[in-house]
Design a protein around this ligand. Structure first.
Ligand SMILES: Cc1cc2nc3c(=O)[nH]c(=O)nc-3n(C[C@H](O)[C@H](O)[C@H](O)COP(=O)(O)OP(=O)(O)OC[C@H]3O[C@@H](n4cnc5c(N)ncnc54)[C@H](O)[C@@H]3O)c2cc1C
Length: 430
């Protein structure tokens, strides 16, 4: 049987990693990677296009611990990713039992990592007292994993795509308007300029845009739609340029993540950006943008309609959200920083925070590989391997169930990552 041809829509981590793994496996296959932005564009809407991102295997859940260990091995050793990986350590300040779960997972797997828990007094003294004034409310144990770190995100993503292109993947910068069908079979995609691009297999790696793309493609075909499986959700981030005096922390500080103050939502955090002498912060409020679909008239959360997702138009409320970071991490009175370059980053989130890497059950030839659920970036080196296994029906049965298009959806009650707030409500400036 001849090798099928492939279209991958979306060149974030899922699409880039898939393109690389596919061309490595099928060196003569026709593989087209389509994204609305060129991979070297100065700004992209991809959640994967970012300043630095956290790379860790610290998970309360053992499947992602194993996956994180596998990915981290490649971050440390593979020439594609190694230049962009920095093992600074990660410090977790949390009143929950997250630290205990992480420690147990490494123990269960028998993996040696440089990790330990500290009481609050000890934590205040770490890193020359840098986090002395952090918000430790309710915290019993601070976890520090010195075997975790961060990666230069857009640089690592670009190198992955360039490597795939160098091996024969065709990159097309175009907006995909719709997935195309012949009966109940997917046969390609149509671009905004009206061009039909055909292939035997179409893989959607379209992140937060996935629910809208599916609904736009066939408004009357409800079985094709994402329904409750995926929600487009967002978090705000920003950078804090450092003064010459402050910059001394950049070479030695870890990534720092704090659940406090817990009343505002999810965890917040910061990580070093030594290339630009700054820190990156992200906020605690996870929100959605529910609009009525113009054809189906159903409510659908989707990134704002402009092609740049209006990612740089950040309402004041969300700026305040990120501005809580410096106080929570370093204390109110020390280490004063002004935040700049606020960005809203859109992501595809599932109720269980598991990815979707699966054939689409309603449509032959169509596959979905996305839904990083705010933690997908670190798996860049290994995602493609699992997508290729899924395509050839060789995915481990536990992962196949976990990442299936059709799976039982857990309740989102009490899930701090599930977006309850609407962008339009947060946009009322106070
Ligand atoms: C603020 C923030 C911080 C994060 N920090 C971390 C972290 O530190 N560590 C970590 O591991 N994870 C992190 N994540 C999660 C991680 O960034 C995502 O899980 C991951 O990047 C998602 O990758 P993706 O390929 O599914 O989607 P994306 O990266 O969003 O890529 C989707 C691509 O599809 C393209 N596309 C969509 N629709 C179309 C269309 N119709 N036509 C053409 N192209 C289209 C888009 O242009 C985009 O390039 C973070 C997420 C956010 C939001």
């Amino acid at each position: 049987m001849s090798t099928p041809s492939y279209i991958i829509v979306g060149s974030g981590v899922f699409g880039a990693s898939t393109a690389l793994a596919l061309i490595r496996k099928h060196s003569t296959a026709s593989i087209t990677l389509i994204d609305r932005d060129h991979f070297s564009a100065p700004f992209r809407v991809a959640a994967s296009w970012d300043w630095n991102k956290v790379i860790r295997a610290d998970y309360g859940e053992i499947t992602y611990t194993k996956l994180g260990i596998e990915a981290q091995h490649l971050w440390r050793t593979d020439p594609i990713w190694k230049p962009f990986y920095h093992e600074s350590g990660v410090m977790w300040i949390s009143p929950s039992d997250f630290g205990e779960k992480v420690l147990k997972n490494f123990e269960k797997l028998g993996v040696k990592v440089d990790i330990r828990g500290y009481n609050v007094q000890e934590a205040r003294e770490l890193y020359g007292g840098l986090f002395e004034g952090a918000d430790y409310t309710g915290v019993k144990q601070v976890l520090v994993n010195r075997s975790s770190g961060w990666a230069e995100a857009k640089e690592a993503l670009m190198n992955t795509i360039e490597t795939a292109v160098g091996l024969g993947v065709k990159y097309v910068a175009a907006e995909v308007k719709a997935v195309e069908f012949e009966g109940a079979r997917c046969c390609g995609v149509k671009t905004a300029s009206g061009e039909l691009v055909t292939a035997d297999r179409v893989i959607l790696c379209t992140g937060a845009f996935t629910p809208k793309l599916l609904m736009n493609s066939a408004p009357e075909w409800s079985d094709l739609h994402a329904g409750e499986r995926i929600i487009a959700a967002a978090v705000t981030e920003a950078i804090a340029p450092l003064t010459a005096e402050q910059r001394r922390i950049l070479d030695t500080m870890p990534v720092a993540i704090n659940d406090n103050p817990t009343e505002y939502g999810c965890e917040l955090g910061c990580l070093p950006l030594p290339n630009i002498n700054a820190l990156k912060y992200w906020g605690q409020i996870i929100f959605r943008n529910t609009l009525e679909h113009p054809v189906t008239h159903t409510a659908l959360s989707t990134p704002p309609p402009k092609s740049n997702y209006e990612q740089w138009d950040v309402p004041l409320t969300l700026k305040y959200d990120v501005r809580r970071g410096p106080g929570s991490m370093f204390g109110r009175n020390q280490f004063k920083q002004e935040l700049d370059k606020f960005r809203i980053c859109w992501e595809a989130l599932t109720p269980s925070e598991d990815f979707i890497i699966s054939p689409h059950s309603a449509c032959k030839g169509l596959y979905v590989a996305t839904c990083g659920s705010f933690h997908g970036f670190k798996f860049l080196p290994v995602l493609g391997k699992y997508v290729v296994e899924m395509l050839s029906g060789e995915l481990d049965s536990e992962l196949e169930k976990r990442w299936a298009w059709d799976r039982e959806l857990p309740s989102v009650d009490g899930n701090s990552k599930w977006p309850k707030k609407e962008l339009r409500d947060l946009s009322v400036e106070k």
